[in-house]
Design a protein around this ligand. Structure first.
Ligand code: NAD
Length: 432
């Protein structure tokens, strides 16, 4: 793939700037209809899109196809919002006056994303951004340029030129100029907390609107009244599917003492046979192996000699809750087991984290489920399921270092991609 340079970035921003006013003048309903067409086109070419993702990431075809379908579903959900895009009207304290808030586009949106689930990552940002009347510059991960070019080409078949532009390259050569450009009104970023922090600092210098969706060190709790078969199954899927490269992966499994030994035996057995897929790069594999040095692995912990960059599914034990490993997101197939007395200790362990993205608890008790849901410091809670997986109409995001308070997907995403405007209508100026 040709690598973009600073002049390509400037040209993409110029194209977006030029296209945005006319695009904003198209009715929201029509923009929604075009998003629907896009989703249908992606659905029709789901195999082609998934093949590109498989080639870029090494993940299983089945997983890539499911991701293509998730991107399509997001398109269908967002398309319908063109018929709503609700604002709010209310009463005024003054006579002959109507007051309302309405949504306006932000302008030009830079959309910077990670490699982990490429098609949903593009869909989660591009669809709501264009629905709200913005023009965009998409900056995919340097690891997934082909799927991004494919997605961009699809957009350009259906949307007016300039509404979706794609630039390629490393974060510092292509991402930074986007963040720094005075002609970019919104930076919407999905990636690591370290990059998010840098982006926030740079964008703050020019007071640009910034939405950050960052990492997680998510915990799944197994109580002594849990259905252990299901708890093991969900823990394995959340920890190891997509090689653990999910912001919502379960990397901390917190188990009640009474069922710990049995859970550990089943979980380790399941992990050893789990087909994770490779991690994204040699650099990523080496970073994870460095972090694991000296840790007590019940299984895995070592490189596996297959095509691509494979780490054996890894289960760690005896890691103190306040150890660096307990706090650091590894973004690989690594889960740490913790033994706790009861729900109070489980909640204390779960909340002792710099992150707060997703969480899960397995229990048959409604009381425990509610106590956990209320007490956990996370943007998402799942009872009797995995920490990963979400629906297009539900706002997704985290607290603490997992984000800056925004939610993506759901109608909540519309707040990222639009500005509120407060309108005063004085209907009888003479008597007001
Ligand atoms: P990353 O932060 O290394 O890169 C993300 C994107 O930012 C890439 O496109 C990269 O090229 C770009 N980038 C890097 N440096 C930049 C800079 N200085 N300025 C502008 N752009 C820059 O993250 P990654 O390794 O691609 O992804 C893994 C991270 O993403 C994990 O922390 C994961 O939890 C997080 N993630 C979060 C969500 C969520 O919704 N919260 C979803 C998926 C992934």
């Amino acid at each position: 793939m040709p690598r973009s340079d600073a002049s390509d970035v400037a040209a993409a921003i110029d194209a977006a700037r030029a296209a945005q006013p006319a695009w904003a003048a198209v009715t929201a309903i029509e923009r929604g209809e075009l998003v629907r067409e896009l989703a249908l086109a992606l659905q029709e070419r789901r195999e082609q899109a998934a093949e590109l993702v498989v080639a870029e990431t090494g993940k299983a075809a089945e997983l890539a196809l499911a991701e293509a379908d998730a991107a399509v579903e997001m398109g269908f959900f967002v398309a319908g919002e063109g018929r709503r895009l609700y604002g709010r009207t209310t009463t005024s304290g003054m006579p002959h006056r109507t007051v309302m808030v309405v949504r306006r586009p932000v302008g030009v949106a830079a959309l910077i994303v990670s490699f982990n689930t490429p098609l949903p990552n593009y869909a989660w940002k591009v669809f709501p951004a264009v629905l709200c009347g913005n023009a965009t510059v998409l900056k995919p991960s340097e690891h997934t340029p082909r799927s991004a070019s494919f997605f961009g080409a699809l957009c350009n078949e259906i949307l007016p030129p300039g509404v979706v532009n794609v630039v390629h390259g490393l974060g510092d050569e292509v991402g930074r100029p986007l963040v720094d450009s005075p002609h970019v009104d919104l930076v919407s970023f999905t990636g690591s907390a370290a990059t998010g922090r840098e982006i926030n600092e740079r964008a703050a210098r020019r007071l640009a609107k910034v939405c950050l969706e960052l990492g997680g060190k998510n915990a799944l709790v197994v109580c002594d009244d849990a259905d252990l078969d299901r708890a093991v199954e969900w823990s394995l899927a959340s920890a190891f599917s997509n090689a653990g490269q999910r912001c919502a992966a379960a990397s901390r499994i917190v188990v009640f003492d009474a069922v710990y030994d049995e859970f550990r035996e089943r979980f380790v057995r399941g992990a050893a046979g789990y087909e994770t897929g490779p991690v994204i790069s040699e650099q990523s594999l080496e970073r994870i192996l460095r972090a694991l040095a000296g840790a007590h692995a019940l299984t895995g912990g070592e490189r596996v000699d297959r095509g691509g960059w494979w780490l054996g599914p890894t289960v760690l034990e005896d890691v103190p809750v306040d150890d660096e490993l307990s706090y650091t997101e590894l973004f690989g197939p690594v889960a740490i087991l913790y033994r706790v007395r009861d729900l109070d200790q489980a909640l204390a362990y779960v909340n002792d984290s710099p992150y707060g993205l997703t969480s899960a608890v397995h229990t048959a008790s409604l009381h425990r489920a509610m106590r956990f849901s209320e007490g956990v410091e996370a943007g998402v809670v799942v009872v009797n399921g995995g920490t990963h997986g979400s629906e297009p109409h539900m706002g997704f995001g985290g607290v603490k270092q997992s984000g800056t308070g925004w939610r993506e997907a759901g109608v909540e995403a519309l707040d990222v991609y639009s500005e509120w405007k407060y309108v005063n209508l004085i209907t009888d100026p003479a008597s007001a």
